[in-house]
Design a protein around this ligand. Structure first.
Ligand SMILES: [Zn+2]
Length: 604
């Protein structure tokens, strides 16, 4: 475990801390701004029942609603980042709660908009858009509401569905409490005598230990303890699947998958194609598993508890923040001078909060919600290659937000999840390409190439395996089959053994692995994880074109960064140069994976 949090925030040089005064000079100004916004909230209601009167009035109403949304978001972003700086402080936590209330109030005030717009109907809305230039920014939004009309219910029914929301979240809520607070996680003693608790973060560390018996013990203890609650986990998952069934049925969708993908308007065939493609690519995955066995110099078969162990003897590459910045700036050169100038601004103008400090939120993120300001990044930087890669990743999100915020009007700026991980993964690809160019030391190259393969394993194969498991759970429910812990574990073991080539002896998947599904929180979001895989393949394809020096590819990629949500995600990516309704991006990624394995095998 890292002990990076021992340095107080006040002991850290300002240049490594984000500068929140770009949003508000201080908390007092935030409060003044918040009260002014709260006073404006009732403005939205003034237009109720009158949206169809004239194009100008409709524009006034939408300007009022979206203008408030922009200001509420700015307030919330500031409160959230204040809270993340030091989660122990009560003040910022209170500010965050105030913002949750204000956001809910805004939602309530504007809840009449969509049903009323649907009543007006698309032909009339289109005539309004043609007549009033201020409505151009809302054209996508208005068309999208009309597109979903067949699945939108009456006012009263919509209200009923909204009221059912909190109770439909029970499965997820109970899971969170059990997994994060109440679960009796086991304790084990490692070969060095150290006693550790195997909760989910402990498990994530323990499965990477170099000692094989330790890894095996940790995995058996963790999965075994999950197994003793199998009936409970199955019941929570069933509640979650029934929720999907309820909403899909209420809105008239033919499947749970169709209901989930309709929001971002993604064809269900994209999901099915990914799963088929990955199943076709399993021989390449098995090649990777064999390679891993060889690199780890295991005396016998690879086992499931070997999958997270270091691939090669540790190569310690360390980077100061300045070195990381230099490396990343060099890596981003293929994107052109303008892109690099903004990257430099993010370094020079304190958009980044680098170091872990006591009470600071863990992990990393990019926050692009302050539309009129600039994006921010939170890191817990410890100077490893991984940390540099995380900075490049978050910078990808930041640049996506920067370009979209400065190119699009507010209603079109906020990009969707399906495209969100493309820009971040794209930057990781640029970084690894640059670092590989600069390093000739075979051990370092091996370690970098290995980390690329690890990424493909974790992001493309494992997430698709999850996506397939998830789809099959929902299909079981659609057929009326019971969703129990036992049924889910049987299904999970079956899918996992196929992916890892258990029968052929490529990787032995022990019986206790059947319980792994129960600790993955993403299954409660519903058809989410496949986007990790699709984003990765899209980013690999696009970055390869840009790295090849294709000027047109670069122009299209930069245009994509500035496109926000001006079209549906599939169209945006097609414009950028990759068609997610084809096999191209996945095939490309698998080919690259095989090239990397060729190089590793040669150097071994
Ligand atoms: Zn990300």
């Amino acid at each position: 475990m890292t002990t990076g949090q021992d340095r107080e925030r006040t002991a850290i040089n300002d240049k490594y801390k984000w500068n929140l005064t770009d949003i508000y000079p201080d908390v007092t100004s935030w409060r003044v701004a918040k009260e002014a916004v709260a006073r404006r909230l009732p403005d939205v209601r003034r237009y109720q029942g009158r949206l169809g009167e004239s194009p100008q009035l409709l524009a006034d109403a939408l300007d009022a609603a979206w203008g408030l949304d922009k200001d509420v978001t700015r307030l919330a972003v500031y409160a959230g980042m204040q809270a993340d700086q030091d989660t122990r402080e009560a003040g910022p936590q209170g500010m965050q709660q105030e913002m949750q209330q204000l956001s809910a109030d805004l939602k309530a005030q504007s809840s009449y908009l969509e049903p009323e717009l649907l009543l007006i109907g698309l032909p009339r809305l289109e005539a309004f858009i043609a007549a009033e230039p201020r409505l151009h920014a809302y054209s996508f939004y208005l068309h999208d509401i009309a597109r979903r009309a067949a699945h939108t219910l009456s006012d009263r029914e919509e209200k009923l569905l909204a009221d059912a929301m909190p109770l439909s979240a029970s499965g997820h809520n109970i899971y969170n409490i059990l997994a994060n607070a109440d679960f009796p996680y086991p304790t084990i003693t490692l070969s060095n005598g150290r006693t550790v608790r195997v909760d989910s973060s402990g498990y994530a560390e323990l499965r990477t230990l170099p000692n094989r018996e330790d890894r095996e013990r940790a995995m058996a203890a963790f999965f075994g303890s999950l197994g003793t609650f199998s009936r409970t986990y199955g019941t929570m998952m069933n509640a979650n699947v029934q929720r999907a069934a309820f909403y899909a049925k209420a809105r008239g969708y033919t499947s749970h998958l169709e209901a989930a993908l309709d929001g971002p308007n993604i064809p269900v065939s994209v999901y099915a194609r990914l799963i088929e493609g990955i199943n076709r690519a399993l021989p390449s995955f098995h090649r990777y598993l064999e390679l891993r066995r060889k690199m780890m110099q295991l005396p016998d078969a690879l086992r499931y508890h070997d999958l997270y162990a270091p691939l090669v003897a540790e190569v310690r590459l360390t980077f100061t923040p300045e070195e990381a910045q230099r490396q990343i700036a060099a890596a981003m050169e293929p994107l052109g001078r303008e892109y690099c100038a903004v990257v430099q601004r993010s370094f020079d103008e304190r958009w980044i909060d680098f170091f872990p400090t006591p009470g600071k939120r863990s992990g990393a993120y990019s926050e692009g919600g302050a539309y009129d300001v600039h994006p921010y990044m939170l890191l817990n930087y410890l100077g490893q290659y991984n940390d540099v890669s995380t900075l490049a990743h978050e910078l990808g999100h930041t640049m996506h937000s920067y370009y979209s915020n400065s190119t699009q009007p507010y209603p079109l700026a906020n990009y969707s999840t399906f495209v969100a991980e493309v820009a971040s993964t794209f930057n990781e690809a640029l970084l690894i390409n640059r670092v590989l160019r600069d390093r000739t030391d075979p051990a370092i190259r091996l370690s970098l190439l290995g980390s690329f393969l690890e990424n493909v394993k974790a992001t493309v194969f494992r997430q698709t395996q999850f996506a397939e498991f998830e789809l099959r759970i929902h299909q079981m429910a659609e057929r009326g089959e019971p969703i129990t812990g036992e049924a889910l574990s049987r299904l999970y073991l079956d899918v996992t053994r196929r992916y890892y080539g258990h029968e052929a002896g490529i990787c032995i998947v022990d019986d206790h692995v059947r319980h792994e599904w129960s600790y993955i929180p993403h299954f409660y979001i519903g058809f989410y994880v496949f986007q990790y895989a699709t984003s990765f393949t899209a980013a690999e394809t696009l970055s390869e074109k840009v790295l090849a020096g294709d000027g047109e590819a670069r122009r299209r990629y930069l245009a994509f960064l500035g496109s926000g949500t001006s079209k549906y995600p599939i169209e945006l990516l097609r414009d950028a140069g990759v068609d997610m309704t084809t096999d191209e991006p996945l095939d490309f990624t698998i080919k690259k994976m095989n090239r990397v394995m060729d190089e590793i095998e040669e150097s071994l």
